[in-house]
Design a protein around this ligand. Structure first.
Ligand SMILES: C[S@@+](CC[C@H](N)C(=O)[O-])C[C@H]1O[C@@H](n2cnc3c(N)ncnc32)[C@H](O)[C@@H]1O
Ligand code: SF4
Length: 580
């Protein structure tokens, strides 16, 4: 069992900034593995002296040359993350050079560089209003609504034991449901408690579940992805977190830092700089912070007061510890928000220069999430204001150099999500967008969902049910679905649309032995009205989601969802959030 990925000394190479050589005006590019990067990772280091603080003064030629060299290698690395202007210029230069390079190579996928899409071409208020409807987010297809209680866990065991899957990596998801206080808007599966002692029995059960799950799989398969979500994973103490990671390494084959994508959701109110260091030492190399909004009035209304200094502190700790990707969650559509107030939040977050941003539209479903009733509905922004805020989000983030990935996600061009999208390898799983397609995903903890081969399986959603199953020595699978051939085909179509904004019929015809236009004649017919509105372009070789359709990509995907019908907007009890 290879548990090297968890050893702090393996990560030491990532820490700290490199020496900045003293030069006056000409940047130097180091085309080698820069000091401070793990060996084997190609990179280009942008090393500039004090003039780095005045990065905008560098000549366009100098930036273009940096971008060209970085694009040749496929990555770059900055020694001074603290300077947002530098980050944006470098990211933009890299993205532009990569796009040029890909187009020069005749890449069919990259019709227009994503980074060059203007806010205006993405944001069409008339279409956003027309197509605003409740719909799935397609973190899976079929969606969790199709999971049934009659699902036989034997399907899961068979899929886990399938020798055909032995070459695929594993992905582990741990759900830590506890939160110290509850945010009124929250739609996550969480348990609000101040009693930290609740963590102990839960941790013990997670460790037992790890052993039970490991017994189902070939554990020589490497764990290339690992994610702790919640709730609030940092509700656990430092020792408890270390214990869980050690137990994971005992049951599964964790990977060294350079080959691992290990991420965690962090509530900045529940983490000190020391916590961030502990997480890095445990092997995490990506993290996301919940922020939502910096405006105090909004924070009070949502029961989440989080001073800016708290967020700044954890973000600079994450940089200092060498996390490879730092992401921030914001929400628009919360009480008291308006365009000006959210603009200030955006300006602030841009100065902190996270690699990724998730800007979620607030999903208001008080019939399901009772705590949402604590907020006065009269203080929620109107649909028109929500739309205006979204417009500002797109304007500000694209101006700041962020690329729209899809479905609320933005990333700087150097970030691996943006890189994966350009390469056509972006994927989608229960945590949102992901860079790895072929992993089997093992879900651990209450309510977690796993995806193994053609099976989705979800653990009991209530703690009592989860605990009872684990205490009996069984997996806690309560619901699931075994995909049919039609489900698999539609899952691939929906993934392609959601991740690449484009699909080519011949790839599906070769993989599934179908004639796409015949098999999906009625779907293509229904796409015609979206085409007339400029959301998509359909021709005889494929479908392309046009810029105006990108914010509405799930409406395009919904055309291919066989299960939609009774679950759309207008139902008595909404099961999906609205598209905008
Ligand atoms: C599990 S939380 C993040 C980690 C940690 N608990 C925290 O809050 O910092 C996941 C994210 O889901 C988003 N979220 C939760 N409820 C939502 C809702 N009703 N509508 C939109 N986004 C929501 C928030 O942005 C939140 O940061
Ligand atoms: S947003 Fe995060 S901290 Fe707030 S209740 Fe939800 S899971 Fe807990």
């Amino acid at each position: 069992m290879d548990s090297d990925g968890c050893k702090p000394e393996q990560q030491a190479g990532l820490r700290g900034s490199p020496k900045i050589p003293q030069r006056r005006s000409t940047p130097s590019w180091t085309q080698r593995t820069p000091a401070g990067l793990p060996s084997g990772m190609p990179g280009i280091a942008l090393e500039i002296d004090g003039a780095i603080q005045h990065a905008p003064q560098l000549s366009r030629h100098a930036w273009a040359e940096f971008g060209r060299r970085a694009a040749d290698i496929g990555s770059y690395w900055l020694g001074k993350w603290g300077n947002p202007a530098l980050c944006h210029r470098a990211a933009a230069a890299f993205g532009a050079a990569l796009s040029r390079k890909n187009q020069g190579n005749g890449s069919a996928r990259l019709k227009a560089p994503f980074s060059s899409l203007s806010a205006m071409s993405l944001f069409r208020p008339d279409l956003l209003t027309k197509y605003d409807a409740a719909g799935p987010r397609y973190t899976s297809y079929p969606t969790a609504l199709q999971f049934t209680d009659t699902f036989d866990p034997a399907h899961y065991h068979r899929a886990a034991a399938d020798p055909g899957a032995a070459s695929a990596d594993l992905s582990l998801y741990f759900h830590i449901p506890f939160c110290d206080t509850v945010c009124f808007y929250c739609g996550c599966n969480k348990i609000a408690t101040k009693n930290r002692a609740h963590a102990r029995p839960y941790l013990d059960r997670l460790k037992r579940e790890l052993v039970l799950q490991a017994a189902c799989f070939d554990t020589t398969r490497p764990v290339s992805q690992l994610h702790w979500g919640g709730g609030t994973p940092t509700f656990l103490s430092h020792d408890e977190m270390a214990e869980l990671m050690a137990a994971t390494a005992e049951s599964f084959r964790l990977l060294p830092d350079a080959r691992a994508e290990y991420s965690i959701e962090v509530d900045p109110r529940e983490a000190s700089a020391e916590t961030i260091g502990v997480l890095r030492d445990l092997g995490f190399n990506r993290l996301s912070f919940g922020v939502q909004d910096f405006d105090l009035r909004v924070q009070q209304a949502i029961n989440r007061v989080q001073p800016l200094e708290t967020t700044q502190m954890v973000m600079s700790a994450a940089r200092a510890e060498g996390f490879k990707s730092v992401s921030v969650d914001l929400i628009y559509g919360l009480p008291h928000q308006n365009v000006e107030s959210f603009s200030r939040t955006l300006d602030t977050i841009i100065t902190l220069a996270p690699d990724r941003l998730s800007v979620f539209g607030y999903a208001h479903m008080p019939s399901i999430f009772k705590m949402q009733r604590q907020m006065d509905e009269a203080t929620l922004p109107s649909p028109a204001v929500r739309l205006a805020i979204l417009e500002r989000v797109i304007e500000k983030l694209t101006d700041a150099g962020y690329v729209y990935i899809g479905m609320d996600h933005f990333a700087l061009p150097h970030d691996e999500l943006a890189v994966a999208q350009r390469a056509g390898t972006l994927h989608r799983n229960f945590q949102g967008y992901s860079t790895q397609a072929d992993c089997d995903l093992i879900g651990l903890g209450v309510s977690s969902i796993g995806k193994v081969g053609d099976v989705y399986a979800q653990n009991a959603k209530d703690m009592a049910g989860y605990a009872a199953a684990i205490d009996r020595g069984e997996l806690a699978i309560a619901r699931g679905v075994q995909l049919s051939t039609d489900d698999r085909l539609r899952r691939d179509i929906i993934t392609e649309i959601m991740c690449q904004f484009s699909l080519r019929f011949d790839a599906f015809e070769a993989a599934y032995g179908i004639r796409f236009e015949a098999a999906f004649a009625s779907e293509l017919e229904r796409l015609k009205s979206l085409e007339a509105d400029g959301l998509v372009k359909v021709n005889h070789d494929g479908i392309d989601v046009l810029p105006a359709g990108r914010l509405l990509v799930r409406n395009v995907a919904m055309i291919f969802d066989r299960y939609l019908g009774g679950n759309l907007a207008g139902n008595a009890k909404p099961r999906f959030s609205r598209t905008i």
